[in-house]
Design a protein around this ligand. Sequence first.
Ligand SMILES: [Zn+2]
Length: 330
Amino acid sequence: MEKLNQHISLDDLVSLLKAAFEEKSYNIMSKIPKTDLHTHGLLSGPFGCYQRLSKAYIPPPPNHFGDFKEFNTYIIRELRPIIQANGLKGIRKLIKAGFERTASEGVIYTEMSFDISAMAAFDIPIDEFFNIIDEETKLIYPGLWVCPEIGLNRAQDPVDMFRYIEKAVGTGIFKSIDLYGDENIKISKGFIDIFNFVQSHGLKVKAHVGETGDADSIKKTVCNLNLDSVQHGITAANSPDIINFLAKRNIVLNMCPASNYKLGLIQKTEEHPLYDLFKKGIRITINTDDFTLFNTSICDELFNLKWKMGLKSEEIAQIIRYGLKEIPVR
Ligand SMILES: [Zn+2]
């Protein structure tokens, strides 16, 4: 078998997947090279890391959040105070925990976002935050290449955020940008300016859309921000026009089935629209989103594709390959 890197052949991927399924082996699954293209840096380690940083007991995340509001309330009430109380030292520990966990499940490449708007809100010196990200990504986490991503919340004032974005781009650390938050907030000209700016500096551009918003909002956002990839995009499945549009533009949808289920956007994992989109020729990838809160790894997700959604090993191998093809040449 050739080396297990992004150049692994489809046949080798299929045989490893078949072995993992036959033996129900997490160990074999974790040896398969894979990517995580939709993951939020401070929420990517095990929940226990927050508990260790906290002086008091924290109620663990529920198995199912009723909705977005409940999800946000949990983060604001239980996790944010821990970040604030521990400052940069705690942030480094959380980043380390995320990198270690990601490497441990055989991810070889990740685009991990770091919320610079939250840092501004926490009064955390942004230069020191950038230094930590830079230092940690330079450390060796077995086989893992981390490409830090600028995380930006729609709730922030883009005009106000522009100086942070300029600073972030200036460091040369960040290779992509992702916009997230409440999809009801309109994307104003300020965000378009930010996206044009980062794209002119060679960064990949992504946004959360079509998670709660409708299919049309996906097309609008892809066009307005000239997106390379979409985070989620599950509602694309409701519109043949949008599916055609995404296929023509070769847009990748970075999906997170466990997140969609645990936030109540789908009623059952079995009902996730990813298989439908895949069969219609959309390039989809499988990702963790917020491991701290959902406790579902990519290995777990790959098992779910087979056992809950009924995909064949050959199809799952193709989905893994869509992710591996996103790895830049270096
Ligand atoms: Zn996300």
